[in-house]
Design a protein around this ligand. Structure first.
Ligand code: ADP
Length: 260
């Protein structure tokens, strides 16, 4: 707690007292801590690919006579890390854009079918799924119309689908279910992948949080995908939930109010 005091001479001329105002700065401190942690995380995440790019390009400059095979390998590493840098920056930009829109609370909501956003997401993710022989099934019994930002919903489904594909083995199914639940619309993405240990479930939506950092990096992950999904849900005054069982699979659900 932070206390401010001021003499009260002017109010009661004959009496002298002290006004003590208590401001609870616990939340502020927490926010400041989170901000510092975020900046440290961003710096660390950006530094890793940057160091690789610098190191490998300097070697290429210093040793122009390197064997062709080695040169090709170094160039490939530089290329991979530059793509990684691009994904991190793109994800950070979308995150900050979504957060800003939430603050303004004036997203350009349109009243159109959710099916289009989901179909687009499936179309965009299909290529990756085919490489792993994963079948994507859509259960959408009724046409549900509600106010939403189509581009953001598409982005959220893409992120969930991409994860479902990434963390599944070959020959499995991913099911997207869309249904009404009380006054909400529930969009679930269920996979038959690796599952997530229970102790990680509550932290999954934090920026840069990953169960297995090495695996996520190897699969091209930035650790920001679920955090983006969470902010898209919040922008629609909704939530995102997860349930999971090791070696059986995970279900991520976007639950958004039908009336915004
Ligand atoms: P990433 O870019 O690492 O995939 P995300 O924010 O999208 O970052 O996800 C955070 C972490 O949650 C992942 O690194 C992974 O450990 C775990 N995860 C997310 N989705 C799934 C899933 N469908 N199955 C298993 N683990 C998942």
């Amino acid at each position: 707690l932070f206390a401010q005091s001021a003499p009260l001479l002017d109010i009661y001329k004959n009496k002298c007292g002290t006004l003590v105002v208590f401001n609870d700065i616990t939340k502020l401190k927490e926010f400041e801590l989170q901000r510092k942690e975020f900046v440290a995380n961003v710096s660390h995440e950006l530094r890793t690919p940057l160091t690789a790019i610098q190191g490998f390009s300097e070697t290429l400059i210093e040793f122009p006579d390197l064997a062709q095979e080695k040169r090709a390998y170094f160039i490939d590493v530089i290329h991979t890390h530059s793509i990684r840098l691009e994904s991190i920056i793109e994800n950070l930009l979308s995150l900050s854009k979504i957060e800003k829109e939430t603050e303004i609370d004036e997203i350009d909501f349109i009243n159109e079918s959710i099916t289009l956003a989901i179909s687009n997401a499936i179309f965009l993710c299909k290529d990756k799924a085919l490489k792993r022989n994963i079948k994507i099934i859509l259960h959408n019994k009724e046409e549900i119309k509600f106010k939403h930002n189509s581009a953001l919903i598409e982005q959220a489904i893409i992120n969930l689908l991409n994860n479902a594909i990434k963390y599944s083995n070959g020959n499995s199914e991913i099911t997207i279910t869309v249904m009404k639940q009380n006054n909400d619309i529930k969009i679930s993405v269920a996979d038959q992948g690796s599952g997530i240990p229970e102790e990680h479930l509550t932290r999954l939506f934090e920026r840069f949080y990953r169960v297995d950092k090495a695996r996520s990096r190897q699969l091209g992950g930035t650790g920001l995908g679920l955090s983006i999904v969470k902010h898209i849900a919040l922008a629609h005054k909704g939530t995102v939930t997860v349930s999971s069982e090791i070696n059986k699979g995970s279900v991520f659900s976007l639950i958004l109010p039908l009336k915004y």
